[in-house]
Design a protein around this ligand. Structure first.
Ligand SMILES: Cc1cc2nc3c(=O)[nH]c(=O)nc-3n(C[C@H](O)[C@H](O)[C@H](O)COP(=O)(O)OP(=O)(O)OC[C@H]3O[C@@H](n4cnc5c(N)ncnc54)[C@H](O)[C@@H]3O)c2cc1C
Length: 535
């Protein structure tokens, strides 16, 4: 294969135009003297179903915009291999995700700082959340954070039932409360998905000092004398090398950033050698510490007015489509969940370790990959274990950069995670059987009210539990032997190389992960600018 050099010189080469990468490209290129290149393996994200929030279901298995990964089979989950979607487009996973906007909890970030990461405590990161959010009149950042287009009465009753169970009602969620329930905000602007690309880069694409290139699969980082000097990229079957005068910043996400590091010779030395890769630096933490929220979905048959399933079937579906086109509102403008309760599974936890996200509707994942709204009147909620103890790993499958990495998330491998999920299902059932929600429910559909004992519920978790699509932690920030980056996100032992995306989280945040990744991008851009040395 021919290797060509790109004659253009860039100060910073950013790998991956996802939630974090787009932010860094925007913030660094705010300085016209800095030349920035953003490389994305996927295509531009365009089209009606990308823009329309309800289009999330159409993107779920769409391999044009989605890497469409699968985990290895997991003994803890009856040897099931779980589907793990990841965005592959400008915007990354924020171009295909459920758009729910949650900062995470004060406790998450204070914990990061306590683990030896100065500058990442809640009081340090809160200004970055405020800088990124656009929620007038409170904040005026680039990313629109909006209230639900429809506040369905059943979701309001879920929040009130949670309140009667002792969970305080808030709006908006601030991240300060140990437990809380309320309507969820979403990264939606005027009824359209607001990916990090749309928020940060679309408005500045004409900048002379910013190049954004799609269809560029980065194979590895080029390292000379323990310094990153550029990247090797596959574009239309041709190999190119691109030079970075100052730094290479990996923002390829929690599943691909460790892969690119390992392909570059940075990782566990023995494992690299087994794949025929000459180790540049033995950094055994690369790919380890992988975490995701484990999730179980509970569904109930409901009274007709309690569910909006019918609004999306038959002739009503067309009426709903017309409503969306005319007003950019209605159910097609809704995020993946409408309301949530952040709850502690037991008093051992000082802040929530469960998220219960609620929808006055239900859907079915078909084997074909289609996601279909059910025709019956029904409502649902997902229980997430947001502070899991189980840890997994990303490994290389081969030394071929085009092969998917190998994923072993080991979900539910720690007994405490099983206990958390059992508590979560029981607490959710208690909320749903509290008024004013209780009278709306006819019967539990899944797992069904007959599933009551620990054994019966564990059986359900093992058969039906899923990944939450919030992988994190695989290049963790810290100072112990397994840390991959330091608190300034610099890869330990290599100059001019950083990682800035979900993989740097030492522990996954206790909520949906898009907002924290955008915050990481904001903070990373300040760290990079502060560390800028003359070339
Ligand atoms: C289906 C789904 C639903 C979700 N729903 C929500 C939600 O409702 N709310 C929420 O907060 N979070 C949600 N998430 C999670 C959230 O979107 C992610 O945590 C977040 O987007 C991750 O950001 P990131 O910057 O780490 O990586 P990503 O946004 O995934 O970006 C990584 C980018 O790098 C590119 N890339 C990878 N490898 C290479 C390579 N070798 N060369 C070049 N480019 C490369 C990828 O194509 C991608 O564009 C969801 C995720 C998914 C997949």
């Amino acid at each position: 294969m021919l290797s060509q050099s790109d004659n253009q010189i860039y100060d910073y080469v950013i790998v991956g135009a996802g939630s974090a990468g787009c932010v860094i490209a925007r913030r660094l290129s705010d300085d016209p003297a800095i030349r920035v290149l953003l490389l994305e393996a996927g295509p531009p994200a365009k089209g009606f179903w990308i823009d329309t929030p309800a289009g999330m279901s159409k993107l779920f298995r769409n391999l044009r915009y989605n890497w469409g990964y699968f985990t290895e089979s997991m003994p803890t989950l009856r040897n099931r291999s779980l589907y793990w979607p990841r965005g592959k487009a400008l915007g990354g996973s924020s171009a295909i995700n459920g758009m729910v906007y949650v900062r995470g909890n004060r406790g998450d970030f204070d914990h990061w700082a306590n683990l030896g990461n100065p500058g990442w405590a809640w009081d340090d990161v809160l200004p970055y959340f405020k800088r990124l959010e656009n929620y007038p009149p409170m904040t005026d950042g680039p990313l629109s954070v909006s209230d639900p287009s429809v506040k369905h009465p059943t979701a309001a009753d879920f929040i009130e039932a949670a309140r009667r169970m002792g969970i305080p009602t808030v709006h908006p969620f601030s991240g300060e409360e140990p437990e809380s329930a309320g309507f969820l905000q979403a990264s939606i602007r005027n009824g359209r998905r607001h990916s990090s690309y749309e928020a940060y880069l679309a408005p500045v694409r004409d900048r002379a000092n910013l190049a954004v290139k799609t269809g560029m699969h980065v194979r590895r980082v080029l390292i000379e004398n323990r310094r990153a000097i550029g990247v090797e990229v596959l574009q239309d079957n041709r190999l190119r090398t691109i030079t970075a005068a100052r730094e290479v910043i990996l923002c390829a996400g929690a599943l691909n950033s460790p892969q690119v590091l390992m392909l570059s010779g940075i990782g566990d030395g023995d494992a690299l050698q087994r794949h025929g890769i000459a180790p540049v630096l033995h950094l055994p933490g690369v790919g380890r510490n992988l975490q995701d929220h484990f999730v179980a979905r509970i569904q109930w048959a409901s009274t007709p007015e309690s569910s909006y399933n019918r609004a999306l079937h038959g002739w009503r579906k067309y009426a709903e489509g017309a409503r969306y086109l005319a007003t950019r509102g209605g159910y097609l403008a809704s995020a993946a969940s409408m309301a949530a309760a952040f709850v502690r599974s037991s008093s051992e936890f000082s802040y929530s370790n469960l998220e219960m996200s609620f929808r006055p509707m239900t859907f079915t994942y078909h084997a074909s990959g289609a996601v279909e709204i059910d025709k019956i009147d029904a409502i649902s909620a997902s229980v997430y274990n947001t502070r899991p103890a189980s840890r997994g790993e990303v490994r290389l499958r081969s030394n071929n950069p085009l092969d998917a990495p190998l994923f072993l998330p080991n979900l539910l491998s720690e007994p405490s995670d099983v206990q958390t999920m059992l508590s979560g299902i029981r607490k959710l059932r208690a909320i749903v059987s509290t008024e004013p929600l209780a009278h709306r429910v006819i019967s539990e559909l899944t797992p069904g009210s007959a599933s009551r004992t620990d054994e019966e519920l564990i059986d359900y978790l093992e058969r039906e539990g899923q990944c939450a699509f919030h992988p994190a932690g695989s290049c963790k920030m810290g100072s112990d032997a397994m840390a991959v980056v330091d608190a300034r996100l610099r890869v330990r032992g290599v100059d001019s190389l950083r990682v800035a995306d979900a993989s740097i989280m030492p522990t996954v945040t206790a909520g949906n992960t898009n907002a924290p990744c955008i915050m990481i991008g904001e903070k990373a851009s300040d760290l990079i600018r502060a560390d800028q040395q003359p070339v």
